[in-house]
Write a protein that binds this ligand. Structure first.
Ligand SMILES: [Zn+2]
Length: 384
């Protein structure tokens, strides 16, 4: 009987222990909940007053007490970078990377964020090193994509190719078009040095990644001109016409020089054919330049009138008026010249090219947009 009575006391004892434990827990949570915001606001105040060292001290203090604070700190750092406050972001992320008590995954994330801070502030060497340290982590694919962008800015084309091949193996995203561009960059440098063997080698690599690379065809044409290989040049020009006729205007002067006075009609026909397939303001302008030089003013005028009837363009109409006014000796001629001048002034800011991705305008062609860093996004400004 004595044993059974003692047994009945057990539930009461458990209840008391549970109540006691719950009170300790609640007190602990309440204490932290009260402590956390004040430390955070203290840290934020330091940041707003540009007292970065004290701010970081406060945040470190908070994140040591609460693992959730670590996520908040990472989010805050990322937010600062997006707002352009890169030094504040760097201070937060550097303090996290310097800690040795972080879980592996959080440390890797802090490292990735810090690499992006260095990238954003133009410290490419440090960004490159940190992106490289993320090899084998869950951030490797993203880090390698950003690393490729850093290497492109540093014009380290061999390393860019390596990085892009790694990206393709990590996430199966097609990189061939971009790898071909890197090979073309190498070919471009070799062409400037007149190293034609190196140019051919790089162009073959470019074509193995992108058979329809307009840039590779264009460079092959230029290389053939340097190497005085007319058959190769003709073949490269035909290929350029086939894959990207809008790029023909970029080599219009070289085309005129290549065909020479004997075959000048062929040169004009090449430029006219490109203009028919891919009409653009710059293409028409180059065609008329070549026509004046080769066929003379009268024929150029007829050609320009026919082209404008097909595709009207304010800028080129100014040129038409200018050419026509030379046939008029009376006051009509003066008026035509004045109207041509007004039209020219109204359209002189019309750019030759623009980015189809971000809208960046430029008088010259870029393989990679300086505005948004997108490859092959430049288009010739249409007639109009
Ligand atoms: Zn752009």
């Amino acid at each position: 009987m004595e044993f059974e009575a003692w047994w009945l006391l057990l539930p009461i004892a458990f209840f008391a222990l549970g109540w006691f434990a719950a009170r300790i827990d609640i007190r602990y949570v309440l204490r932290d909940a009260r402590a956390l915001p004040s430390a955070y606001f203290r840290g934020l105040n330091y940041l707003l007053r540009q007292e970065n060292d004290k701010a970081v001290e406060s945040f470190v203090d908070v994140s040591k007490r609460d693992p959730h604070a670590l996520d908040l700190q990472l989010a805050l750092g990322s937010l600062f970078r997006r707002q352009g406050r890169v030094s504040d972001a760097t201070a937060i992320h550097q303090s996290l990377v310097d800690r040795h008590d972080l879980p592996k995954e959080k440390r890797e994330l802090a490292l990735f964020e810090l690499a992006q801070d260095f990238h954003a502030s133009g410290m490419f060497d440090r960004a490159e090193t940190l992106y490289g340290q993320l090899k084998g982590t869950s951030y490797e694919a993203e880090a390698t994509t950003k690393l490729a962008s850093v290497l492109e800015q540093e014009k380290e084309w061999e390393k860019v190719i390596e990085a892009r091949e790694r990206i393709a193996s990590l996430n199966s995203l097609p990189q061939d078009r971009l790898i071909a561009q890197s090979h073309c960059e190498i070919a471009d440098v070799a062409l400037a040095k007149n190293d034609l063997d190196a140019v051919r080698k790089s162009l073959a690599s470019a074509e193995s990644h992108n058979r329809n690379s307009g840039r590779a065809k264009l460079l092959a044409f230029r290389a053939a001109l340097r190497g005085t290989a007319p058959a190769e040049a003709t073949a490269a020009l035909q290929e350029l016409m086939r894959v990207q006729p809008e790029l023909v205007a970029l080599v219009s002067d070289e085309i005129v020089a290549f065909f020479g006075p004997e075959q000048s009609a062929v040169a004009i026909e090449q430029l006219a054919a490109a203009q028919r397939v891919a009409p653009s303001s710059i293409g028409l302008s180059k065609l008329i330049d070549a026509s004046i030089k080769i066929e003379g003013r009268e024929k150029a005028l007829l050609r320009l009138r026919a082209e404008l009837q097909r595709n009207p363009s304010a800028r080129e109409t100014a040129r038409l008026l200018d050419l026509e006014s030379e046939n008029e000796s009376n006051s009509g001629g003066t008026t035509m010249k004045e109207v041509a001048e007004l039209l020219r002034r109204a359209t002189e800011k019309t750019p030759g090219y623009h980015c189809g991705h971000c809208g960046f305008h430029a008088p010259r062609y870029y393989w990679k947009c300086p505005g948004c860093n997108e490859w092959e996004s430049f288009r010739a400004t249409p007639l109009g």
